[in-house]
Write a protein that binds this ligand. Structure first.
Ligand SMILES: O=C(O)C(=O)C[C@]1(C(=O)O)C=C[C@@H](O)C=C1
Length: 270
């Protein structure tokens, strides 16, 4: 089996793929687009992709990528994220004038860098790639934000520890496949729907979901790309058993303008 991840060895995606699949063969993708394409064309069976972070929020484009490529979410995983600032061996924090990392990682460390405004922040494709380049090119004065595993793997020194805004920083990852694989123990679903433009239409849908014992753990509006400033909604629903969700699917189907099930899977908690 081959798993597509965004990023390279030592990235947070790599950590999640290892936790879920062990020492599996990886397809390292530099963008989320490449990742979903690899899954949808059947080049790999499975992809692991970040969908949101507790500090930086949702990675909105990823919802549309999953939807447009008709992929199915088959699992979720929450990873605790502790960012380290790392540089060439022998460097200290005072030497650093530029920091490179994935934009989501930079967003998660904003307060730290507000205190050091002379440091230039540069976006890169992933945390581990930033670390790898610093090690490979022996760059002085430049640091990367990445995990302690990346620091160990690329033999860099940590010059500032745990620089994310808060200790409890977590990123939610989803596993995507071409086909849905529904576990009988599934207790969570991600749905995408559009509501009619009528007063209370969204409120009616949410009330109905509550009446049907669906616990809405997240609701997110996402742009409908071909219709400027119109939005659809992605909702995560938790339920006691699959039968209850199937009933809810029928009942909600009557109230919404359109409905697509993005995935039915077992919930994960940190
Ligand atoms: O750059 C990485 O290491 C990644 O795995 C990407 C990513 C993301 O896309 O959010 C994953 C977890 C962290 O939130 C920061 C970056």
């Amino acid at each position: 089996m081959k798993v597509a991840i965004q990023g390279i060895q030592g990235s947070y995606h790599h950590q999640v793929a290892s936790i879920l699949y062990g020492n599996v063969e990886l397809l390292e993708c530099s963008t989320f687009d490449q990742l979903v394409n690899a899954v949808s064309t059947g080049h790999v069976q499975t992809g692991v992709m970040a969908i949101g972070n507790s500090i930086a929020g949702s990675i909105l484009p990823n919802y549309n990528l999953i939807k447009e490529q008709n992929l199915c979410i088959t699992a979720e995983y929450y990873l605790n994220i502790e960012h380290q600032l790392m540089a060439q061996k022998g460097q200290v924090f005072e030497d650093i004038f530029e920091v490179q990392s994935h934009p989501m990682a930079l967003l998660q460390c904003q307060s730290f860098f507000r205190k050091h405004p002379h440091i230039k922040l540069v976006e890169t494709d992933d945390t581990a790639a930033a670390a790898q380049r610093i090690a490979r090119d022996s760059k002085m004065g430049i640091a990367a934000i990445a995990s302690s595993q990346a620091a160990a793997f690329y033999e860099l020194d940590v010059v500032a520890k745990d620089i994310q805004e808060v200790r409890n920083n977590a990123t939610r990852f989803v596993v995507v496949n071409r086909e849905s694989i529904i576990d009988e123990q599934a207790n969570k679903a991600t749905i995408n729907f559009t509501a009619n433009h009528e007063p209370s239409s969204l409120a009616k849908i949410l009330t109905k979901l509550g009446d049907l014992d669906m616990n809405v753990t997240k609701i997110q509006s996402i742009p409908i790309i071909e219709k400027p400033f119109l939005f659809s909604f992605v909702a995560d629903l938790e339920f006691k058993n699959l039968q209850l969700f199937k009933e809810a699917q029928l009942e909600i189907g009557i109230l919404v303008e359109s409905l697509k099930i993005l995935g039915i899977y077992k919930s994960h908690t940190l």
